[in-house]
Design a protein around this ligand. Structure first.
Ligand code: ADP
Ligand code: ADP
Ligand code: MG
Length: 445
């Protein structure tokens, strides 16, 4: 097992990884920007290294600084968390060259899955159903028109390097297509330094259902069921749950089988998530794979009574998966609400000092957070400040528990999305489990 691990991240996920290391008896090194000197991950780690000024490009994305910190502190491994460098194949390669274990899959697999168009091609070849769309990238307007005609409108223009809900545009007809195609390319170039885009059929009322997988370095792969992530705003998830009210036992078996098969074919190891669109008629399509721990992993941990970060570390250290698919059990229902420091009506970020804080607690409640009373939420990073997760025996009970948890949560000094979550939790369609990724469009109207 590793003796010391560096966490190349910040916020709640950095704390989450530190806890897992501590339970495993592993020493931890935090890295932080100048804006994060007083951050909780810095306090809880055994050692901390400042890696640069506040902007992420100069700190949390600064590979030479992070590698230097790893070498100075003599760590065996680096956990990248989510976001930042977690899906950067070059970073995984540099770690490998420096003899530091990157806690995640191989750079080769990260590279393929990081290019969405390439990932689709690979998954299709591995036998997974993929969202209907263009074969590969669209290089000119003429091809865009031809392919969109073949696929049928509406179509979605997607940046092959996109992520975090960014880099997507819908077109309902040819006029919109040309405009969207050119804007999407320019935006992708500006945001991801890669102008590559491809076309996909825009599925009308799908659900976002993703399968959690775990693979070890010896070819064993299992899935840990699904997460329902259809409650999204601008393609970004707000609420996630497991199991999905739309997934039957048979569908779970089938989606799980497809996910595991595909992972075996591509030689996937460590934790990963295969995202699918589930159509109204029950068919499902591969959308993309995230080769990292996911924000919403706690809902899977609750229903499987597992620790996915511990599993990631054990796998990276060379251990074999310690249970098989048949030994896995699913218990009850879990829901996560992402609480952001944002205005709940306009969604503008609301950084600032937290003057009063009361976090929910009690039976079946888990809060993953890095905020505290007096903490200053910096303006430079993602606005997620806490993940409130509940577990109970049924979906109905879990919703009641989440309401009770959020009603007792007090955060003063910054605005938060708690009031929005409470409204969603009282919506009849949400309560009935009757929704698609379009839910928030209607809800916000
Ligand atoms: P999850 O599926 O784990 O919920 P998200 O799509 O919410 O993942 O992404 C997790 C974090 O990573 C967010 O902070 C998001 O902004 C960031 N992120 C993911 N991919 C990218 C990317 N390609 N470029 C910029 N940020 C990204
Ligand atoms: P990201 O890397 O930003 O997470 P995804 O490819 O996972 O991008 O897509 C994000 C969201 O956009 C999905 O969860 C879904 O709501 C929506 N989406 C993506 N592709 C399609 C599609 N072909 N049809 C309808 N909605 C889609
Ligand atoms: Mg996605």
């Amino acid at each position: 097992m590793f003796k010391k691990v560096l966490i190349a991240n910040r916020g709640e996920i950095a704390c989450r990884v530190i806890w897992a290391c501590r339970e495993l008896g592993i020493k931890t090194v935090a890295v932080h920007s100048e804006a994060d000197r007083d951050a909780l991950h810095v306090r809880f780690a055994d050692e901390a290294v400042c890696i640069g000024p506040p902007p992420s490009a100069q700190s949390y994305l600064n590979i030479p600084q992070i590698i230097s910190a790893a070498e100075i502190t003599n760590v065996d491994a680096i956990h990248p968390g989510y976001g930042f460098l977690s899906e950067n194949p070059h970073f995984a390669e540099v770690c490998r060259e420096c003899n530091i274990t990157f806690i995640g899959p191989s750079p080769e697999v990260i590279r393929i899955m990081g290019d969405k168009s390439e990932a689709k091609r690979t998954m299709k070849a591995a036998g997974a159903p993929v969202t209907p769309g263009s074969e590969g990238l669209i290089e000119d307007e003429e091809t865009a028109i031809k392919e969109a005609g073949r696929i049928g409108y509406p179509v979605l223009i997607k940046a092959t390097a996109g992520g975090g809900g960014r880099g997507m545009r819908v077109a309902y007809n040819q006029d919109e297509l040309l405009n969207a195609y050119n804007t999407a390319r320019a935006e992708a170039e500006a945001a991801f330094k890669n102008s590559g885009v491809y076309l996909e059929k825009y599925i009308a009322n799908p659900r976002h259902i993703e399968i959690q997988v775990l693979g070890d370095n010896r070819g064993n792969v299992i899935h840990l069921g699904e997460r329902e992530c259809s409650i999204q705003r601008r393609h970004q998830k707000l609420i996630e749950e497991s199991p999905s009210p739309a997934v039957s036992y048979e569908l779970r078996q089938e989606m799980g089988r497809v996910a595991v098969e595909a992972c075996k074919r591509i030689g996937y190891s460590n934790a990963g998530t295969i995202e699918f669109l589930l159509d109204e008629d029950g068919s499902f399509y591969f959308m993309e794979m995230n080769t990292r721990i996911q924000v919403e992993h706690p809902v899977t941990e609750m229903v499987t009574i597992d620790d996915l970060v511990e599993a990631q570390i054990r796998i990276a250290a060379g251990e074999e998966l310690n249970y098989t698919q048949d030994q896995l059990i699913f218990v009850g229902h879990a829901i996560e609400c992402r609480v952001n420091a944002e205005d709940p009506d306009t969604f503008t970020p609301s950084p600032g000092r937290i003057t009063t804080l009361n976090l929910p607690s009690g039976a079946g409640v888990r809060v993953d957070t890095a905020i505290y009373d007096g903490y200053f939420v910096p303006p430079y990073y993602d606005s997620l400040i806490a993940k409130v997760v509940v577990h109970s025996r049924s979906r109905e009970r879990a919703i009641a528990r989440m309401r009770r948890a959020l009603e007792s949560m007090v955060v003063e000094g910054v605005k938060t999305t708690i009031p929005l979550h409470l409204k969603i939790l009282n919506d009849p369609d949400f309560i009935a489990g009757n929704f698609s990724t379009r839910f928030m469009d209607r809800f916000l109207k």
